[in-house]
Ligand binder design. Structure first.
Ligand code: HEC
Ligand code: HEC
Length: 455
């Protein structure tokens, strides 16, 4: 099967001649990989060649490896913590896919709880809790208290489709237990987030700012009820403001900065871009711990891991010409899903990454922030993103999540147990879309889902 698909790929590439002529099943343009196994999210971009493939595998090994406590041997991979969430990137981005929320009664392990207090912090970002900082780390090295356990409970709320069929949505409530450093701020703001899949990150970074500005409509001047705005965020690399693209609220501008932020925030590994350890001055026992050098991850390692994140291939669509999938695709446009989940974008020039330049891609996102209503709100603003706003999630690869990660938990906190529930949670600017979906016949609802599963 796999060999056949690869053959089909070569034939199509030869026949198409130009990247722009590739069919819509080529979700990632010429980076597209034809693999439907559990490894579907883990392959190098199809058009990545020679030495660059070798660099990909070096980055891959640092993405997968466990970091160890300092002083350790080899020194190149010590410096874990003192506070951390997991020991490796891949613990959360398992098989380069997405993580799942904890079971009720189990502490959060492979997702994040971002925290802050009201008011703007440095450069207009979120303002950290004075003791716990901007994220709860549920683990720590020996001799250092862990920050807290994050637990979730759900309450079911029933609803009905227009045809009378019933459904139920589970509303999460997160709480902190076993606080290791005394109380958190009284007015603490929290935002639980699962780890998204890693595919196509470099392509999204390569979409020109002008394209995003053209899609944005912050005042809803075209009066379609859908606005869409750019998040402007702090860039550690530029030491200035930049367009935000990554994370559920588009709060990081580049894969490199997201990587440096993850090393520091999630694993406790400093780098030249994020040189501070992730504890506050009030967490005194952390201040006294030995570190793994300054910085703990060399620029080499940081760039290798970012290179890896940028050059993972995007899996091709499956069953795209199936009549039911085609019907779902038509409905996807009719329901105005495509107003936010924009099917097609073009990447610009990028001399360091010729593989990612001038590609026609089908990510099903506009990378913009939208108000999705009160029920999905985290009420924790960050830069321009308000408490009800989220970045339109790219939908490419979504039909392979079950195969790769063995679950179908969707939305920023994994509250949706399947794709239907994910749609039913849409409110705010997407409420009209959701209502049209609720009004569809059973067969048409199944067609929309079949279309999503083909992505
Ligand atoms: C504790 C779990 C966890 C670990 C460990 C982790 N991540 Fe993530 N990752 C997340 C979460 C959660 C998000 C979404 C962040 C947000 O919304 O701000 C994310 C987002 C990302 C994104 C952007 C995805 C997107 O769709 O915008 C990239 C790239 C990424 N991580 C890379 C890494 C790398 C590289 C490492 C290791 C250095 C790493 N992550 C370690 C949980 C994790
Ligand atoms: C106003 C913009 C907007 C519209 C319209 C819209 N969406 Fe979304 N969609 C979003 C945003 C923003 C999110 C992320 C919300 C979150 O995680 O809390 C999202 C999330 C999703 C997800 C979950 C993705 C994931 O990986 O977790 C699916 C599936 C989805 N949308 C499908 C649809 C479908 C189908 C429609 C049409 C019926 C639709 N959306 C209409 C903006 C929109």
């Amino acid at each position: 099967m796999r060999v056949l698909a690869q053959l089909a790929f070569l034939v199509a590439l030869a026949g198409a001649g130009r990247a722009a002529d590739l069919g819509e099943e080529w979700s990632g343009g010429e980076t597209t990989v034809f693999d439907t196994t559990r490894n579907a999210f883990s392959l190098p971009a199809h058009n990545l060649a020679g030495e660059r493939r070798a660099a990909f595998f070096v980055g891959n090994s640092f993405f997968n490896q466990n970091w160890i406590t300092a002083p350790g041997s080899p020194a190149a991979r010590d410096g874990l913590g003192p506070l951390f969430n997991t020991r490796s990137c891949s613990a959360c981005h398992f098989k380069d896919g997405r993580s799942r929320p904890p079971e009720p009664g189990q502490p959060m392990a492979v997702m994040l709880l971002r925290i802050s207090v009201p008011g703007a912090g440095a450069h207009g970002g979120a303002r950290p809790d004075p003791v716990y900082g901007d994220q709860i780390q549920g683990d720590a090295i020996l001799g250092v208290p862990r920050e807290a356990d994050v637990l979730v409970d759900y309450t079911e709320k029933p609803g009905t489709f227009a045809d009378g069929e019933k459904y139920s949505l589970r509303h999460p409530r997160y709480r902190l237990e076993n606080l290791g450093y005394g109380p958190v701020a009284k007015n603490l703001l929290t935002s639980p987030r699962t780890a998204p899949a890693m595919i196509g990150m470099g392509l999204l970074e390569a979409v020109p700012e002008a394209a995003l500005r053209a899609l944005a409509d912050p005042e809803d001047n075209n009066r379609d009820g859908i606005s869409g705005k750019i998040n402007r965020v702090w860039s550690m690399a530029k030491k200035g403001m930049a367009v935000g693209r990554f994370g559920w609220k588009a709060e990081q501008p580049t894969v490199l900065e997201q990587t440096a932020g993850a090393f520091a925030g999630d694993i406790g590994i400093t780098s030249s871009l994020a040189p501070e350890e992730n504890h506050t001055a009030r967490q005194e026992v952390c201040v006294k711990q030995p570190n793994g050098g300054a910085p703990e991850a060399s620029d080499r390692i940081l760039h290798d891991v970012a290179f890896y994140g940028r050059t993972l291939g995007v899996p091709a669509r499956r069953h795209w010409s199936d009549p039911r999938v085609r019907r779902g695709q038509v409905l996807f446009t009719e329901l105005q899903c495509a107003a936010c989940h924009v099917p097609e974008l073009k990447t610009g020039d990028w001399p360091e990454f010729p593989e990612l330049a001038r590609q026609t891609i089908r990510p099903y996102t506009d990378l913009l922030l939208h108000d999705l209503g009160e029920e999905l709100a985290d009420d924790r603003p960050v830069f321009q993103a308000g408490g009800r706003e989220w970045r339109t999630t790219p939908l490419w690869g979504i039909g392979l999540v079950e195969r790769v990660n063995g679950h179908t938990f969707f939305l920023h906190d994994g509250r949706a147990r399947n794709l239907t529930e994910a749609i039913l949670w849409h409110g705010g600017e997407a409420e009209a879309s959701r209502e049209k979906f609720r009004a569809l016949s059973r067969a048409d609802r199944a067609a929309v889902i079949a279309f999503l599963e083909s992505l």
